[in-house]
Ligand binder design. Structure first.
Ligand code: MN
Length: 228
């Protein structure tokens, strides 16, 4: 086999709760406007517009507990989300079989340069500058589905400085996790290591340097992230 022209970069990997194993990340898919109240606060109409997908980069996931405030923005928002980690994949996966492909779950924050995203929306341009910047997805440890099952309901929330900013229930998702996997698998070949951020409840808002975000989802504990 030919040698690489330089050492291949390390594969991003996330800690697994209660274990010294790592979950290797292949791709990161994100869903937009998957909670009706958040769709409304972003100017959408959840009765007329279905949720949609975009991507972040695998190495944007960051388990360090630190979020460096990014350059090129004065309006960076938190979006607390349930992350779904796949242990296998495929194409045209039926919704009824989708959960068989889920290896685990984690708490994630889809941090967003809202000013850059708003410009991109207005101009009809892609969202990467607003969404896929360095360390833009703080994430907690991966909890194996073998241990916790498949959460379909439960409180999801984030506080900033101890004040609740976002609060909702996983049962408010417009596309449930199995539908999300089924839909994605019609457009992309899903595989082990793929991560899906499943959308955020209402209450998104800005953070500033020095803020401490505490994101929580029933059954997954709390993710503490300091804005540095
Ligand atoms: Mn989001």
């Amino acid at each position: 086999m030919p040698a690489h022209v330089f050492a291949p970069p390390a594969i991003p990997a996330l800690p697994v709760a209660g274990s010294d194993l790592l979950f290797p990340v292949r791709r990161v898919y994100c869903i937009g406007r998957n909670y009706a109240a958040h769709a409304v606060e972003m100017g959408g109409d959840p009765d007329r517009e279905p949720p949609f997908f975009f991507q972040k980069n695998p190495d944007n996931l960051d388990p360090s507990g630190l979020f460096p405030y990014p350059p090129d923005s004065e309006d960076v928002h938190h979006e607390v989300e349930l992350a779904v980690m796949l242990g296998s994949g495929g194409t045209d996966i039926p919704a009824g079989e989708a959960l068989d492909h889920v290896w685990g779950y984690a708490i994630a924050l889809d941090m967003t340069r809202r000013d850059r995203q708003a410009e991109a929306k207005k101009a009809g341009r892609p969202w990467e500058i607003g969404k896929a910047f360095e360390r833009s997805a703080p994430v907690g440890p991966v909890h194996p589905a073998a241990g916790i099952g498949h959460p379909a309901s439960g409180r999801i929330a984030v506080t900033v400085g101890g004040v609740t900013r976002q609060e909702g229930d996983l049962n408010q998702m417009i596309w449930k996790v199995p539908e999300m996997i089924a839909t994605l698998s019609r457009h992309f070949a899903l595989a082990a290591g793929d991560v899906i951020l499943t959308g955020t409840p209402a209450g998104v808002g800005a953070v500033v340097r020095g803020d401490v975000m505490e994101a929580s989802i029933d059954g997954l504990g709390t993710l503490r992230v300091e804005v540095a």
